[in-house]
Write a protein that binds this ligand. Structure first.
Ligand code: SAM
Ligand code: SF4
Length: 359
């Protein structure tokens, strides 16, 4: 039930990205060939299935957002086709994100298809939790292994202020529904904002402990022009860790997702605490992931503007995956060695909003 029709002429073409030469033969690229020029193997795809969202978090979006016309967004079948090619090239982990992925009509259909792709070991999603009351059971049945749920505050008035429109009670009911549905390990994502929620980090960690949930504290990243001063609101992982240590012992954990989070265990609890510190720690040398935006742009690095446009290829070659595969393999060649986010700048260092790339 994922059918959505698109006019073929409505192919966007404005991104000044790198366009690799294409090859007509799909068989030219063997399974597991997604290796960049620094020798990093890409095994993890983050797929944004919509740029739309029912929240307007003030660190993520501007107050007034213009969303993509529907014709410029990958159909769910196109999302599946892109994912299938990535999996065929050796990707084993898929994360569906957005915008808010669960506001996309028929998102569950896509998740079912993704879970069934041979070679997918882990299918996970990132959500703001607003729709979980409705969808948690279906997501579990579809084969989604884990959920990351964004939660920046436990105070209803503050929640409304940060998200501009959201209802905390609904998200908390969504977390309940996810636990009832059988998701073993949920993870909360908390973006730290000085003067916004930094006085609640202990409470949020305690909430995670009480609910047997993991929690990751994220440094705010300079993506998109949100019309506010990011420098003043920056709150570092080091400071967060020092705050948590006033109540909890943090035991270093060797667990890693190959991503930016470093994890600590809280003794006597099942909770792991992660800190995502793009400013203060360089995790780029072990990066194993790339991102696809809702309009089908392949971003090999979250912190850079280089991209490969896949949507025109998808639509120009509806039955031949060769050019798509070649573009994806070629895209590894522009994966930057690292990002250079700075907390000392107010202007966005990456022009697109986080809701475009999905975090
Ligand atoms: N709507 C879903 C959600 O909020 O979980 C998925 C998309 S959202 C863009 C993915 C993650 O990015 C969320 O955890 C969100 O808090 C985080 N995020 C958004 N803007 C950010 C920013 N400027 N810096 C750091 N994290 C950000
Ligand atoms: Fe929406 Fe997620 Fe961005 Fe908040 S962080 S506005 S929930 S996409």
């Amino acid at each position: 039930m994922g059918n959505e029709s698109l006019a073929p002429e409505a192919v966007p073409d404005s991104l000044g990205g790198f366009h690799p030469s294409t090859s007509p033969t799909a068989s030219r690229y063997a399974h597991g060939t997604l290796v960049d020029k620094y020798g990093r193997h890409v095994t993890y795809l983050r797929l944004s299935i919509t740029d739309r969202c029912d929240f307007r978090c003030n660190y993520c979006m501007a107050e007034k957002m213009t969303f993509l016309p529907r014709a410029q967004v990958l159909t769910l079948e196109e999302c599946l086709r892109v994912a299938r090619v990535f999996v065929d090239l050796g990707v084993t982990k898929l994360r569906v994100t957005g915008g808010e992925p669960l506001v996309r009509h028929n998102a569950v259909w896509l998740l079912e298809q993704l879970a069934d792709l041979p070679g997918v070991k882990e299918l996970v999603i990132t959500t703001n939790g607003s729709q979980l009351e409705r969808f948690a059971s279906a997501l579990h049945a579809a084969g989604v292994k884990r959920l990351n749920i964004s939660l920046d505050t436990l105070r209803p008035d503050r929640f409304r202020a940060i998200t501009r429109v959201g209802d905390l009670a609904k998200v908390l009911r969504g977390i309940d529904a996810a636990q009832r549905a059988g998701f073993a390990r949920l993870k909360i994502n908390t973006v730290m904002v000085r003067g916004g929620n930094d006085d609640e980090l202990l409470d949020l960690a305690q909430f995670a402990v009480d609910r047997d949930i993991d929690i990751a504290f994220i440094e705010e990243m300079p993506l998109g022009d949100i019309g506010q001063r990011r420098q003043a609101s920056f709150f570092s992982s080091q400071e967060a860790m020092a705050r948590l240590q006033t109540r909890f012992a943090l035991l270093p954990s060797t667990e890693t997702t190959g991503g930016p989070a470093r994890y600590w265990r809280l003794p006597g609890t099942s909770t792991r605490v992660g800190f995502i510190a793009p400013h203060s720690h360089n995790f780029c040398d072990t990066c194993n992931r790339v991102r696809i935006t809702a309009r089908g742009d392949l971003y090999p690095c979250l912190g850079n503007n280089d991209a490969v446009r896949l949507l025109p290829l998808l639509r120009a070659h509806p039955t031949d995956d060769g050019p798509l595969r070649a573009a994806i393999v070629g895209g590894m060649g522009i994966k930057a060695q690292g990002h250079a986010f700075s907390s000392q700048m107010d202007a966005p260092q990456v022009v697109r909003f986080m809701s475009m790339t999905g975090g």
